[in-house]
Write a protein that binds this ligand. Structure first.
Ligand SMILES: [Zn+2]
Length: 309
């Protein structure tokens, strides 16, 4: 099976009231952990690459690793650019085999966001590739994306119909209170489900995307803190809120921080228990297994897309 777009996945996810996991990938162990998990529970997958990941691992390596994962698992996998910041970057990924790109013009004034997004959509659609746009701004830091709390803004439901109609985007990322990174909430976690509901009304049947949606799973934060790390106050989106979003118009839920935490916590624990070991396979193996278990948990207990491949 070749790489697929997210069109069919989103259609079924919307009707079936579940969401597809979009997991960020940076190296072989992460790709293997995620895809082995999806294989075991027969889930469709979106693997996404940020500009930072592409710089770190190299475009060709990532594409070939994902192709290897498809060959090994036979799963429908969509390869997506996360937070494309220019037409050139999106074009480069489209020309280089990606089946989906995000163009993030959310920092631009509304009309300019429309113009840039439409330019990417016109090119992508001519090549059979789908596009995710963004309206509203999430707070937090993720690779090259850095938005202060003062600059963050909820998505305005009054803008979504015009944005989708004028750009032709295939899905829309919105800001309802999630944020990038491992420190999402200072006090109680709160998502604006009223905004999501309003957007769902304005765009019936249209797939919505949630960024910054790691739960910052406490067991991995505790593991990091127990074995020499220091992440006080790390806090994510409670999983019951993600389940609720997945049952609504949200068809794609982005998960990156939880992968990082599972991997780093496991490696810290490994070295604390085996200080003399120095074979990378000895600590990357358990890290890969931890990613696999974490992703399986997300697919079965949070996203609800197990058995849907
Ligand atoms: Zn994001």
């Amino acid at each position: 099976m070749p790489l697929v777009t997210s069109t069919e996945m989103f259609k079924k996810a919307y009707e079936g009231k579940y969401a597809i996991g979009a997991f960020n990938v940076n190296n072989m162990e992460i790709i293997q952990g995620i895809t082995e998990a999806a294989k075991e529970v027969n889930a469709p997958l979106i693997l996404q690459v940020s500009a930072g990941a592409r710089k770190y691992a190299n475009h060709t390596y990532l594409v070939k690793l994902v192709e290897a994962a498809i060959e090994e698992t036979g799963l429908p996998i969509c390869l997506h650019l996360d937070h494309g910041d220019s037409f050139e970057l999106c074009k480069s990924c489209i020309d280089g085999g990606f089946t989906s790109v995000m163009i993030d013009g959310s920092h631009l004034p509304f009309e300019e966001n429309i113009k840039l997004t439409k330019q990417v959509v016109d090119y992508a659609h001519s090549k059979g590739v789908v596009v995710e746009g963004e309206l509203g701004r999430l707070a937090g830091i993720e690779d090259d994306v850095n938005v202060s709390e003062a600059d963050a803004a909820y998505t305005d439901p009054n803008q979504v119909e015009e944005f989708v109609a004028k750009t032709g985007v295939d899905s829309l990322a919105i800001a309802i209170g999630t944020s990038h990174g491992a420190y999402k909430f200072k006090g109680e976690a709160k998502l604006r489900f009223d905004i999501l509901e309003e957007i769902e009304k304005r765009l019936p049947g249209f797939p919505i995307v949630l960024h910054g949606a790691s739960s910052v799973m406490p067991e991995y934060v505790e593991m990091i803190n127990k074995f020499g790390g220091n992440m006080p106050g790390a806090k994510g989106v409670p999983e019951d809120m993600l389940r609720k979003a997945a049952s609504m118009a949200v068809c794609k839920i982005n998960i990156d921080s939880d992968l990082r935490l599972a991997m780093t916590g496991t490696i810290r624990k490994y070295f604390a228990e085996n200080p003399s070991h120095f074979d990378p396979r000895q600590y990357l193996g358990p890290a890969r297994s931890a990613i696999k278990e974490m992703v399986k948990h997300k697919i079965v207990n949070v996203l609800g897309c197990d058995g849907k491949a």
